[in-house]
Ligand binder design. Structure first.
Ligand SMILES: C[S@@+](CC[C@H](N)C(=O)[O-])C[C@H]1O[C@@H](n2cnc3c(N)ncnc32)[C@H](O)[C@@H]1O
Length: 347
């Protein structure tokens, strides 16, 4: 059980950040995996949940609950909101609410990524106010993190969480990595975030096949990790990737590749811009094919509308039926989609 580093009575609300537009799907997911709490309020990019709804016994969520929320990027125990006539006054108000700790890290992040507040400056002030020597924005596992969520430049929410999973060590759950200047597409960064989020061990000499590989950013990231890669896509892959000695393209649709050709791959990566039901069909066909022994699947399921995520439990069950343990997350560098990483149930 988590306990608040400040008043035991404080923080009976959870504040969960998500991509703008995903709020309803976040609540749907919460109702399925954490029905003990109840939605209290929402604004674009943030939903708050009451931890002890009327008529229900007080509930302390387990420390590791938030990965199951899929659409929840960051999850903090709320301590209250602060206002003030300038940043110095708001920092003083935040410290009055949160106390000086002990805090091991300070995360300052905006509800709306377009917010113009000086995040670094606010963080430096808070770091100094709680007497932290290190100014690193990233938390270490186990750190007690003071969160300051910038709702608007004039109004902040203060809260806390315990760092555990990789995204919980990043302010607001936003991946801190940046797109490599040589990357041929943003999918490079998406795969980079998936690797960091799910702590995937991609190793030199492993073989990956990617469905929907063009123009090639994700394949490029796999090649950089030392893998041999086959990219399947009717569209052309960028010449930089196509020329790589460990890359081969099969210029076809996924369903036109014979099942026996998928033997010998360790990783099945998939990022096709097609309906998620068709993506699931392709994945199932390959994952269950005779002679195919995968170490893992890294799949993007596109959501033509957010509401299509209602089928997520069904899709995750399908992965289980194929003999895999799936985990899902709406990556911070991805669009309206869910990343599913699945490892074999029996190693
Ligand atoms: C979002 S892009 C993939 C980006 C890519 N992963 C990268 O790293 O740059 C989607 C790709 O899926 C491909 N695609 C769509 N349907 C496909 C199918 N049935 N089989 C293989 N590729 C398909 C499209 O041609 C397109 O290049």
């Amino acid at each position: 059980m988590e306990s608040s580093p400040v008043a035991a009575s404080a923080g009976r609300f959870l504040l969960v950040a998500c991509r703008g537009g995903a709020e309803a799907e976040l609540v749907r997911r919460q109702e399925a995996v954490l029905p003990q709490i109840r939605k209290a309020a929402w604004r674009r990019g943030v939903v708050t949940f009451r931890l002890d709804p009327p008529g229900q016994p007080p509930f302390d969520p387990p420390a590791d609950f938030f990965p199951d929320l899929v659409f929840g990027r960051a999850c903090i125990h709320s301590l209250g909101q602060v206002t003030g006539h300038d940043d110095a006054a708001r920092v003083a108000a935040a410290i009055a609410v949160a106390g000086t700790g002990p805090w091991q890290a300070v995360h300052v992040w905006p509800r709306d990524p377009a917010c113009a507040a000086p995040l670094e400056e606010i963080r430096d002030r808070l770091v100094a106010a709680v007497g932290l020597a290190s100014a690193s924005g990233l938390a270490a596992p186990g750190d007690q993190v003071l969160d300051c969520v910038i709702d608007s430049p004039e109004r902040w929410w203060v809260g806390w969480h315990r760092a555990a999973t990789p995204p919980s060590r990043w302010p607001g759950g936003i991946y801190p990595g940046t797109l490599a200047p040589t990357a041929v597409s943003r999918a490079w960064l998406k795969l980079d975030e998936a690797v960091a989020t799910f702590e995937l061990r991609l190793e030199r000499g492993q073989r990956a096949v990617e469905l929907g590989a063009a123009p090639g950013g994700a394949s490029q990231r796999l090649l950089e990790a030392g893998l041999d890669v086959v990219g399947i896509d009717p569209a052309l892959v960028d010449p930089v990737v196509a020329a790589h000695p460990r890359f081969t393209q099969w210029r076809k649709r996924a369903r036109d590749v014979k099942l026996r050709e998928f033997r010998g791959f360790d990783w099945l990566v998939c990022d096709m811009n097609i309906d998620p039901v068709s993506t699931m069909e392709s994945l199932g066909r390959i994952a269950t094919a005779p002679g195919v022994r995968l170490m893992g699947i890294i799949a993007t399921l596109k959501l033509p509308e957010w509401s299509r995520a209602a089928a997520l439990p069904e899709w995750l069950d399908a992965f289980r039926a194929w003999g895999f343990r799936p985990q899902a997350r709406q990556l911070s560098t991805g669009g309206r989609e869910v990343c599913v990483v699945a490892r074999p149930s029996k190693p």
